[in-house]
Design a protein around this ligand. Structure first.
Ligand SMILES: C[S@@+](CC[C@H](N)C(=O)[O-])C[C@H]1O[C@@H](n2cnc3c(N)ncnc32)[C@H](O)[C@@H]1O
Length: 269
């Protein structure tokens, strides 16, 4: 049972109806919007804000929803994905490097923070340890992922929702992180706009994703991976332009092989 009153006050105020962005109240079966009356059922401890939503097609989205694969995701396939999409064969970027990047670029004032497309929670845990577990909320569309994070990190609230219609009020979040997901999300430019809508002035956006390989042979294998798994790599210029048009000013862009870690701050509206 998901109870709004168990959330820290700032997170309680931030969580809102994804349809009209108004306040929610707890009901016996889940949550209800105080304004438009939309109801959202709770399943296995998390509210479902997107009961009709399905992930896009393709092998990547299939694996990320497959209960047989999801327990192997963090330990095995995530690293293999970074090898092929990011050219990370020599472990130029380790999970600990990703941790250090987040800790270095996120301040304890950047809360409440949404871990957008949190998956099984490896980096949600880093965020919770750094910022406080009651200041972080995970969001994902895959029930299999939410089941794993719900078991492994029960102290962090999670919700099921789609990245294009976030269940948060305007300017209510101090930060949004999106690790290893922009390349997979539908319409990533619109996702950045939606994340920015929820962020307050000077709020922080951090992300880890992939850039197009420069070497032709590398690009060939990356492109084949994109087609097979229905994902895409970006150009750094494209990411910078999309962030800018979403009202986010890029403050750091660190490239490692064909992977990118970035930080941006929300400009005043
Ligand atoms: C590759 S995983 C990354 C998980 C985690 N952030 C990490 O770094 O390991 C991408 C996640 O995006 C989620 N996802 C895919 N499409 C989504 C959407 N439209 N809205 C929200 N989450 C989505 C998947 O379920 C999956 O858990």
């Amino acid at each position: 049972m998901f109870d709004l009153d168990r959330l820290a006050p700032a997170l309680r105020r931030a969580l809102a109806c994804p349809a009209c962005h108004s306040a929610l109240e707890t009901t016996p079966g889940g949550l209800r919007c105080c304004r438009c009356g939309a109801g959202y059922a709770s399943h296995r401890g998390y509210p479902d804000f997107a009961p009709e939503s399905r992930m896009k097609s393709g092998l990547g989205p299939f694996y990320l929803q497959d209960p047989l694969h999801v327990p192997r995701y963090e330990g095995q396939t995530r690293a293999a994905f970074l090898d092929i999409m990011g050219g990370n064969w020599d472990r130029l970027l380790t999970p600990e490097d990703e941790d250090r990047y987040l800790v270095r670029h996120l301040d304890r004032t950047d809360v409440p923070l949404l871990d957008l497309a949190c998956g099984a929670g490896r980096w949600t845990r880093t965020l919770a340890e750094h910022l406080g577990s009651d200041q972080v909320i995970g969001l994902d569309l895959s029930p299999a992922m939410l089941d794993v994070i719900g078991t492994g990190l029960p102290e962090v609230a999670v919700v099921r929702a789609g990245a294009l219609q976030l269940p948060f009020a305007d300017r209510s979040l101090g930060g949004v992180n999106c690790s290893n997901a922009l390349q997979l999300l539908p319409d990533p430019r619109a996702v950045l706009h939606e994340a920015s809508r929820c962020m307050r002035r000077n709020g922080v956006f951090t992300a880890f994703t992939f850039v197009r390989a420069g070497r032709p042979a590398r690009r060939y294998f990356q492109q084949r991976h994109e087609e097979t798994f229905n994902v895409r790599a970006f150009s750094p210029g494209e990411l910078a332009a999309w962030l800018d048009s979403a009202g986010l000013t890029l403050t750091d862009l660190t490239t490692v092989a064909d992977m990118v870690l970035l930080t941006a701050r929300r400009r005043p509206a």
